[in-house]
Design a protein. Sequence first.
Length: 184
Amino acid sequence: MKSSLFHSLHAGELSQACFKPLIETYKKERTAGQDFTGTYAKLSKGQQALFMFYVHTNHAAKSLSDFYWWSAYFYAKGTEWQGIKWSLRFFGEDSLHSVLQDLENLLIETAHPVSLETFSLAKDHLDCHPALLASVKPVHAKYRDRIPLAVEQVERYIYLNPGEFVDLEQENLYEPKPDSSVAY
Protein backbone atom coordinates (compact mmCIF):
# COMPACT_ATOMS: atom_id res chain seq x y z
CA MET A 1 0.00 0.00 0.00
CA LYS A 2 1.34 3.40 -0.88
CA SER A 3 2.27 5.44 2.16
CA SER A 4 0.17 8.39 0.97
CA LEU A 5 -2.92 6.15 0.71
CA PHE A 6 -2.27 4.66 4.15
CA HIS A 7 -2.16 8.13 5.70
CA SER A 8 -5.11 9.52 3.74
CA LEU A 9 -7.75 6.94 4.68
CA HIS A 10 -10.52 8.23 6.92
CA ALA A 11 -12.08 6.73 10.04
CA GLY A 12 -13.05 3.13 9.44
CA GLU A 13 -11.42 3.00 6.01
CA LEU A 14 -7.92 2.03 7.13
CA SER A 15 -8.97 -0.94 9.23
CA GLN A 16 -11.37 -2.14 6.53
CA ALA A 17 -8.62 -1.76 3.89
CA CYS A 18 -6.36 -3.94 6.04
CA PHE A 19 -9.19 -6.44 6.66
CA LYS A 20 -10.20 -6.76 3.01
CA PRO A 21 -7.32 -8.99 1.83
CA LEU A 22 -7.76 -11.18 4.91
CA ILE A 23 -11.46 -11.83 4.33
CA GLU A 24 -10.89 -12.31 0.60
CA THR A 25 -8.28 -14.99 1.35
CA TYR A 26 -10.64 -16.60 3.87
CA LYS A 27 -13.50 -16.72 1.35
CA LYS A 28 -11.24 -18.01 -1.42
CA GLU A 29 -9.90 -20.82 0.77
CA ARG A 30 -13.33 -21.77 2.10
CA THR A 31 -14.78 -21.82 -1.42
CA ALA A 32 -11.95 -24.14 -2.47
CA GLY A 33 -12.79 -26.41 0.48
CA GLN A 34 -9.62 -25.48 2.33
CA ASP A 35 -9.22 -24.83 6.03
CA PHE A 36 -8.23 -21.24 6.85
CA THR A 37 -6.50 -22.32 10.08
CA GLY A 38 -3.04 -22.65 8.49
CA THR A 39 -3.26 -19.25 6.82
CA TYR A 40 -4.59 -17.68 10.04
CA ALA A 41 -1.63 -19.06 12.00
CA LYS A 42 0.77 -17.34 9.58
CA LEU A 43 -0.82 -13.91 10.10
CA SER A 44 0.74 -11.41 12.48
CA LYS A 45 -0.98 -11.12 15.86
CA GLY A 46 -2.37 -7.76 14.73
CA GLN A 47 -3.85 -9.31 11.57
CA GLN A 48 -5.33 -12.17 13.59
CA ALA A 49 -6.95 -9.70 15.97
CA LEU A 50 -8.21 -7.54 13.10
CA PHE A 51 -9.67 -10.58 11.35
CA MET A 52 -11.55 -11.73 14.46
CA PHE A 53 -12.72 -8.21 15.29
CA TYR A 54 -14.27 -7.61 11.89
CA VAL A 55 -15.61 -11.13 11.35
CA HIS A 56 -17.89 -10.38 14.31
CA THR A 57 -18.38 -6.63 13.89
CA ASN A 58 -19.23 -6.66 10.18
CA HIS A 59 -22.13 -8.99 10.96
CA ALA A 60 -23.15 -8.03 14.50
CA ALA A 61 -23.22 -4.25 14.05
CA LYS A 62 -25.99 -4.34 11.44
CA SER A 63 -28.97 -4.66 13.80
CA LEU A 64 -30.16 -5.88 17.18
CA SER A 65 -31.18 -9.26 15.76
CA ASP A 66 -27.83 -9.61 13.93
CA PHE A 67 -25.94 -8.70 17.10
CA TYR A 68 -27.78 -11.39 19.02
CA TRP A 69 -27.78 -14.11 16.34
CA TRP A 70 -24.16 -13.73 15.21
CA SER A 71 -22.90 -13.48 18.77
CA ALA A 72 -24.86 -16.60 19.76
CA TYR A 73 -23.53 -18.36 16.65
CA PHE A 74 -19.89 -17.51 17.40
CA TYR A 75 -20.47 -18.40 21.05
CA ALA A 76 -21.65 -21.84 19.92
CA LYS A 77 -18.52 -22.18 17.79
CA GLY A 78 -16.41 -21.73 20.93
CA THR A 79 -12.94 -21.04 19.57
CA GLU A 80 -14.14 -18.20 17.37
CA TRP A 81 -15.97 -16.55 20.28
CA GLN A 82 -12.82 -16.73 22.38
CA GLY A 83 -10.88 -15.26 19.44
CA ILE A 84 -13.31 -12.37 19.13
CA LYS A 85 -12.94 -11.55 22.82
CA TRP A 86 -9.15 -11.99 22.59
CA SER A 87 -9.07 -9.50 19.69
CA LEU A 88 -10.71 -6.85 21.85
CA ARG A 89 -8.15 -7.36 24.61
CA PHE A 90 -5.36 -7.26 22.02
CA PHE A 91 -6.47 -3.82 20.85
CA GLY A 92 -7.00 -2.61 24.42
CA GLU A 93 -10.73 -2.42 23.90
CA ASP A 94 -11.74 -3.48 27.41
CA SER A 95 -15.09 -1.67 27.30
CA LEU A 96 -16.34 -3.62 24.28
CA HIS A 97 -14.89 -6.81 25.75
CA SER A 98 -17.00 -6.16 28.84
CA VAL A 99 -20.11 -5.73 26.68
CA LEU A 100 -19.51 -9.07 24.97
CA GLN A 101 -18.86 -10.65 28.36
CA ASP A 102 -22.28 -9.33 29.48
CA LEU A 103 -23.85 -10.91 26.43
CA GLU A 104 -22.01 -14.17 27.07
CA ASN A 105 -23.34 -14.21 30.64
CA LEU A 106 -26.84 -13.72 29.25
CA LEU A 107 -26.31 -16.57 26.78
CA ILE A 108 -25.17 -18.81 29.63
CA GLU A 109 -28.11 -17.81 31.85
CA THR A 110 -30.58 -18.61 29.08
CA ALA A 111 -28.93 -21.94 28.23
CA HIS A 112 -27.92 -21.09 24.68
CA PRO A 113 -26.29 -23.82 22.62
CA VAL A 114 -22.58 -24.27 23.29
CA SER A 115 -21.87 -26.20 20.09
CA LEU A 116 -22.92 -25.98 16.46
CA GLU A 117 -24.45 -29.45 16.69
CA THR A 118 -27.16 -28.06 18.99
CA PHE A 119 -27.35 -24.56 17.46
CA SER A 120 -30.70 -23.99 15.79
CA LEU A 121 -31.58 -20.36 16.47
CA ALA A 122 -33.64 -18.64 13.82
CA LYS A 123 -32.75 -15.08 12.86
CA ASP A 124 -36.07 -13.93 14.35
CA HIS A 125 -35.51 -15.73 17.68
CA LEU A 126 -35.65 -12.50 19.67
CA ASP A 127 -39.02 -11.58 18.14
CA CYS A 128 -40.47 -14.79 19.56
CA HIS A 129 -38.99 -14.32 23.05
CA PRO A 130 -39.93 -10.90 24.48
CA ALA A 131 -38.19 -11.42 27.84
CA LEU A 132 -34.94 -12.32 26.11
CA LEU A 133 -35.36 -9.35 23.76
CA ALA A 134 -35.75 -7.06 26.77
CA SER A 135 -32.52 -8.44 28.24
CA VAL A 136 -30.53 -8.15 25.02
CA LYS A 137 -31.62 -4.58 24.12
CA PRO A 138 -29.52 -2.76 26.75
CA VAL A 139 -26.46 -4.90 25.95
CA HIS A 140 -26.89 -4.13 22.25
CA ALA A 141 -27.27 -0.41 23.01
CA LYS A 142 -23.90 -0.43 24.81
CA TYR A 143 -22.40 -2.40 21.92
CA ARG A 144 -23.78 -0.02 19.30
CA ASP A 145 -22.48 3.01 21.21
CA ARG A 146 -19.03 1.51 21.67
CA ILE A 147 -18.34 0.22 18.14
CA PRO A 148 -17.20 3.59 16.66
CA LEU A 149 -14.77 4.04 19.56
CA ALA A 150 -13.52 0.48 19.14
CA VAL A 151 -12.84 1.08 15.45
CA GLU A 152 -10.87 4.21 16.42
CA GLN A 153 -8.87 2.12 18.90
CA VAL A 154 -8.14 -0.52 16.25
CA GLU A 155 -7.05 2.15 13.79
CA ARG A 156 -4.76 3.79 16.34
CA TYR A 157 -3.06 0.43 16.73
CA ILE A 158 -2.71 0.05 12.96
CA TYR A 159 -1.26 3.57 12.59
CA LEU A 160 1.28 2.83 15.31
CA ASN A 161 2.14 -0.63 13.92
CA PRO A 162 1.68 -0.47 10.14
CA GLY A 163 4.23 -3.23 9.50
CA GLU A 164 1.89 -5.76 11.11
CA PHE A 165 -0.77 -5.05 8.50
CA VAL A 166 0.71 -3.70 5.26
CA ASP A 167 3.92 -3.24 3.36
CA LEU A 168 4.16 0.52 2.96
CA GLU A 169 5.57 1.71 -0.34
CA GLN A 170 7.49 4.93 0.18
CA GLU A 171 6.96 7.45 -2.58
CA ASN A 172 9.70 9.77 -3.75
CA LEU A 173 7.91 13.09 -3.98
CA TYR A 174 10.94 14.81 -5.49
CA GLU A 175 11.61 12.39 -8.33
CA PRO A 176 11.00 14.13 -11.64
CA LYS A 177 8.35 12.52 -13.77
CA PRO A 178 9.13 11.93 -17.43
CA ASP A 179 7.64 14.55 -19.71
CA SER A 180 5.83 12.75 -22.49
CA SER A 181 6.11 15.78 -24.75
CA VAL A 182 9.91 15.63 -24.85
CA ALA A 183 11.38 13.66 -27.72
CA TYR A 184 14.23 11.37 -26.79
